[in-house]
Design a protein around this ligand. Structure first.
Ligand SMILES: Nc1ncnc2c1ncn2[C@@H]1O[C@H](COP(=O)(O)OP(=O)(O)OP(=O)(O)O)[C@@H](O)[C@H]1O
Ligand SMILES: [Mg+2]
Length: 348
């Protein structure tokens, strides 16, 4: 096994720069998720690690070996793509064995590795079937099986679950996580889905327009987002942002409610409050809110409010008898708010 080190890596297609100097240190055995909106450069970065895409600057090492100029097959990585591209005319067994057969590996060794991968993935019963005789989830497992038989230093996944329906996606993400806990192979996993990132990752790399916005564990990103972008991207439903003014040592929220100002607060601020951290105010002070839409899910209720002309979402686990148009007051749970500089977007 091996760690992966990405140092000041850049990519340009012609004169268009798409990756602007990315640094990520991935430890041996770590499960790192690259997440960010469409077009931010996740696949490009992953393909550069795989060697499928040349880098325009910087350095990539896998296990202390600089791989900048090594072709993919010499990097000892295995990649699983979104469209798993199984060979339709080959059985599951032959699909899984394919890369080893190409390399003219020993027959008994191939058999042993395919058997082990099939056991790990619960595919033993399907080894003689063809891809068209499998469900989406089973095909996905065959694609992972192809990667596992190679016993690589690093697994690279590019949105491997996005072709599956919602329920299967949730089941497969648990399977992949359990698989990683068992094999402990260093993994870089690309997704645009922040829930997938949160639930699977040891550490998350949040990307945006070809740069890294923040790297941290899922709960570090949730608890202490470095800027407005990460704050708005991580968490579902998304964090609410209210316009606020610094006034002496206090931050003044809509409706005159005051919270303590962090050090270095300029005058124009944004206060971020997660939907799950808003509660009904009991005293006189609070954010004046008008009820707009109520969405019960059973376990909890999402309520859309208007505060200071802005849509604001709250999630309640207790039940309230709200009615559309009703005026109430909300308050963040003690300490559960984030103050950002409105101009730079940085957390204060
Ligand atoms: N061959 C290419 N030539 C020119 N531009 C490219 C090429 N491949 C990708 N790009 C651009 O590079 C940027 C990053 O693309 P990339 O595929 O890495 O995004 P992504 O984060 O994986 O997005 P998605 O979530 O949609 O898969 C995009 O703006 C894309 O248009
Ligand atoms: Mg992509």
């Amino acid at each position: 096994m091996a760690g992966v080190s990405v140092r000041d890596v850049r990519k340009a297609y012609g004169t268009t720069a798409v990756i602007h100097g990315v640094n990520v240190e991935i430890a041996d055995g770590e499960f790192v998720v690259l997440v960010g909106p469409s077009g931010c450069g996740k696949s490009t970065l992953l393909r550069m690690i795989a060697g499928l895409e040349e880098i325009s600057g910087g350095e990539i090492s896998i296990g202390n070996r600089v791989v900048n100029h090594l072709p993919p097959k010499e990097r000892d990585v295995a990649m699983v793509f979104q469209n798993y591209a199984l060979y339709p005319h080959m059985t599951v067994r032959d699909n899984m064995a394919f890369s080893l057969t190409l390399r003219k590996a020993d027959k008994s060794e191939i058999e042993k590795r395919v058997k082990r991968a099939a056991e790990i993935l619960n595919l033993e019963k399907y080894l003689d079937r063809y891809p068209k005789q499998l469900s989406g989830g089973q095909r996905q497992r065959v694609a992972m099986g192809r990667a596992i038989v190679r016993d690589p230093q690093v697994f690279l996944f590019d949105e491997p679950l996005s072709n599956l329906d919602a329920k299967l996606r949730v089941a497969m993400r648990t399977e992949i996580k359990a698989l990683h806990q068992r094999l402990k192979t260093t993994t870089v996993y690309v997704t645009h889905d922040q829930i997938e990132a949160m639930t699977m990752a040891d550490r998350i790399v949040v990307m945006h327009d070809g740069i890294v916005e923040q790297i941290g564990t899922p709960l570090e990103l949730y608890d202490s987002p470095a800027n407005l972008f990460v704050a708005g991207f991580i968490g579902s439903p998304a964090m609410n942002f209210l316009k606020a003014k610094a006034n002496g040592g206090a931050v003044e929220l809509p409706g005159g409610m005051k919270v303590q100002a962090p050090k270095g607060a300029g005058s124009d601020l944004k206060v971020g409050i997660r939907p799950e951290h808003l509660t009904l105010a009991t005293g006189g002070e609070g954010l004046p809110a008008t009820v707009k839409v109520i969405e019960p899910t059973g376990a909890e209720t999402l309520v859309l409010f208007e505060i200071d002309g802005q849509d604001t979402t709250a999630v309640f686990s207790e039940r309230h008898a709200f009615r559309p148009g009703e005026q109430i007051k909300l308050t963040p749970k003690p300490g559960m708010f984030h103050v950002f500089d409105a101009a730079s977007g940085r957390r204060l």
